[in-house]
Write a protein of this length. Structure first.
Length: 196
């Protein structure tokens, strides 16, 4: 099943949200629904960690027979970890499809865990849930072709998918930009999270 939510400002073009499930506790592996993911679209490079920007730039520069090797880049980007944004914009400009993972920062940008009162306040001011705000911010990036949802429940998935209809005003995006953490701090916090 492919779950597609065309972005309203782009006339029905991608980006879209692809729903994924990890199968934690259920014994299954990662399952992906969506046409464009590193599983379905090869060759793809997937990055994580504080050095994502450098890895993306190197990957985009790899050629075979004069043609780019990688046609898609999957990377962590969210309002707390924006360091790869410039490299992702360059990758998209070079013709790569950009796939955003961890848009809700592994739960830190969800109603259950909103890490900063400013996140909750911006979401409340717009009348949307925190996860919708986080995913809408990722969808608002002009280079983002696909934003993956890590929803674990049908309620989370429904909320995540509703983000495709959210058109964030520039003032909200500016406020969210102030939340970015230094990459080393973000990844250190991420590594300390309990993984059930």
């Amino acid at each position: 099943m492919v779950l597609v939510g065309p972005h309203p400002r782009r006339g029905g073009e991608v980006p879209h949200i692809a729903a994924i499930g990890q199968g934690r506790g259920g014994g299954g592996g990662q399952q992906v629904a969506g046409q464009r993911s590193c599983v379905a679209m090869q060759p793809c490079v997937s990055t994580s960690g504080p050095e994502q920007e450098a890895a993306i730039r190197k990957a985009v520069g790899v050629t075979v027979g004069g043609a780019p090797l990688f046609t898609s880049i999957q990377a962590t980007w969210n309002v707390l970890e924006t360091s790869a944004g410039g490299a992702l914009a360059d990758a998209a400009a070079a013709g790569c499809s950009v796939i955003v993972k961890e848009a809700v920062a592994n739960g830190r940008l969800t109603p259950a865990e909103a890490v900063d009162d400013r996140v909750a306040a911006v979401a409340a001011g717009l009348g949307i849930a925190v996860d919708q705000l986080a995913i809408a911010a990722a969808l608002a990036q002009p280079w983002a072709a696909t934003v993956l949802s890590g929803a674990a429940t049908s309620e989370q998935l429904a909320s995540n998918l509703a983000a495709a209809a959210v058109d964030l005003p520039p003032a909200a995006l500016d406020e969210l930009a102030e939340l970015a953490e230094p990459p080393a701090d973000y990844w250190a916090t991420r590594s300390r999270r309990p993984w059930a």
